[in-house]
Design a protein around this ligand. Structure first.
Ligand SMILES: Cc1cc2nc3c(=O)[nH]c(=O)nc-3n(C[C@H](O)[C@H](O)[C@H](O)COP(=O)(O)O)c2cc1C
Length: 406
């Protein structure tokens, strides 16, 4: 089946996920699909959306629907940004470019990960569109500064600083599967590799995909480190508010901070002059049992001042985007949704993921009597207890701030 036809045979993000699962050896799929420790947060991100109900309005003219919105002050066709994901090319060679092209075709921004295979410059050339660069704070500060300069030279619109990865999360699927650097598959893992010959032979012949932005970064692999902990080894756990302020001073364009869950942190980021925050727990891959992003959203939105607020984590349905808007996000970021699409069916698969979410979002807006995305508010939600809890959380956040000032 060609890629277009395969993509068209998916009707939901879950369909794309299943296709991705069939295509990959289990240990590789688990790297993309899994979360940290008991995966409580991974499940909580989904559960928070699923447990929130809508109270649809009737007899509203929904013949036309407006999904356009401003993202970082610039109009976008949809309230969606493709978020940064590293290691994509392990799932499909050329996967970063596939996803970047799909984002450009859909008229939305694309975020390139520090740990992508395609480099900053390759993405700028291959997929003209709105590009953001996600920077992990490397211990090698000179190298980090050079990467940021490259993003500026290649006209990236925004720098996204991920702040929830001071160290790598403990991802037990990877540990059990021996998905580590150096690669040490278990006996079952070896059988799994043999039963996926296309993937395995490609890796044997062409080698594992390069880290396009990290050529020249020093560092020996620690024994039995998973990709997560190997990544964590390069990062600088001493990065703090003062260093973020210094980054704000040297990066003149839009600055987005990703990995914010607390209103007091949001307030402080606003006073530092950041342009946007992403309410994120890294898709449940870092600190397990940290709160669901949808639960964190309203308090962060209330404390964000002039900053734009986005959310990621568990977005798998168009109606999730509507709910995120209702609690104060002006856009969502996608992690696994476009990733599954690209793994399942390349660029058409990534595009299919975006088309599915757009179709579902439009339909949800029509069915709940909310034709203009920008004007959706909490009144579309039936379940106001979540909002009330979040408001209570906000006042706790404020009290903590007062305490800190004493
Ligand atoms: C395989 C994978 C790799 C990721 N790599 C990065 C990364 O390099 N930088 C980053 O800031 N976040 C990374 N993330 C987190 C995503 O940007 C995003 O926060 C998360 O996936 C959102 O949750 P979702 O996958 O449920 O949509 C990664 C997530 C996954 C699943």
């Amino acid at each position: 089946m060609n890629l277009e036809r395969r993509a068209d045979s998916a009707f939901s993000i879950e369909d794309l996920r299943m296709m991705a699962m069939r295509r990959l050896p289990r240990l590789v799929f688990d790297f993309f699909d899994g979360g940290a420790e008991d995966e409580v947060t991974l499940r909580a991100n989904r559960a928070a959306f699923e447990q929130t109900r809508i109270a649809p309005r009737i007899l509203v003219d929904v013949a036309t629907v407006e999904t356009r919105t401003n993202i970082l002050g610039v109009p976008a066709a949809l309230p969606i940004v493709v978020g940064p994901t590293g290691g994509v090319d392990l799932g499909r060679r050329g996967g970063d470019v596939c996803i970047a092209k799909a984002a450009a075709d859909s008229g939305i921004p694309y975020t390139l990960s520090t740990r992508s295979s395609a480099s900053i410059e390759e993405i700028a050339d291959a997929a003209p569109g709105r590009h953001w660069f996600q920077a992990y704070i490397l211990q090698n500060q000179a190298f980090l500064a050079k990467m940021i300069d490259r993003a500026r030279a290649a006209d990236y619109e925004a720098l996204v600083i991920t702040v929830d990865l001071a160290v790598g999360g403990k991802r037990e699927r990877d540990l059990r599967n021996g998905f580590s650097a150096p690669f040490r598959p278990t006996r079952a893992g070896l059988l799994d590799l043999v039963s996926h010959p296309r993937w395995s032979i490609d890796m044997l012949i062409r080698g594992t995909p390069p880290a396009g932005n990290l050529h020249g970064l020093d560092g020996d692999a620690a024994p039995r480190s998973t990709l997560a902990s190997a990544a964590g080894r390069d990062y600088d756990p001493s990065f703090d508010w003062a260093r973020l302020a210094a980054l704000r001073d040297v990066w003149p364009r839009k600055l987005v901070v990703k990995g914010v869950l607390r209103p007091d942190d949001a307030e402080r980021l606003s006073s530092l002059g950041c342009d946007a925050v992403v309410v994120s727990n890294h898709g449940g891959r870092q600190l397990d049992t940290s709160m669901a992003t949808f639960d964190a959203l309203p308090a962060v939105a209330a404390a964000a001042g002039k900053m734009e607020v986005m959310l990621d984590g568990g977005v798998r349905r168009g109606v999730d985007i509507l709910k995120a808007r209702a609690l104060g996000a002006n856009a969502v970021l996608l992690g696994r949704a476009t990733l599954y699409g690209a793994i399942a069916a390349g660029a058409p698969g990534a595009r299919r993921a975006l088309d599915i979410l757009e179709d579902e979002l439009r339909r949800a807006m029509q069915l709940c009597g909310a034709p203009d995305f920008a004007r959706i508010d909490a009144s579309v939600l039936a379940d106001s207890s979540r909002l009330q809890r979040a408001r209570a959380g906000l006042s706790v956040g404020m009290r903590m701030n007062n305490f800190a000032a004493v």
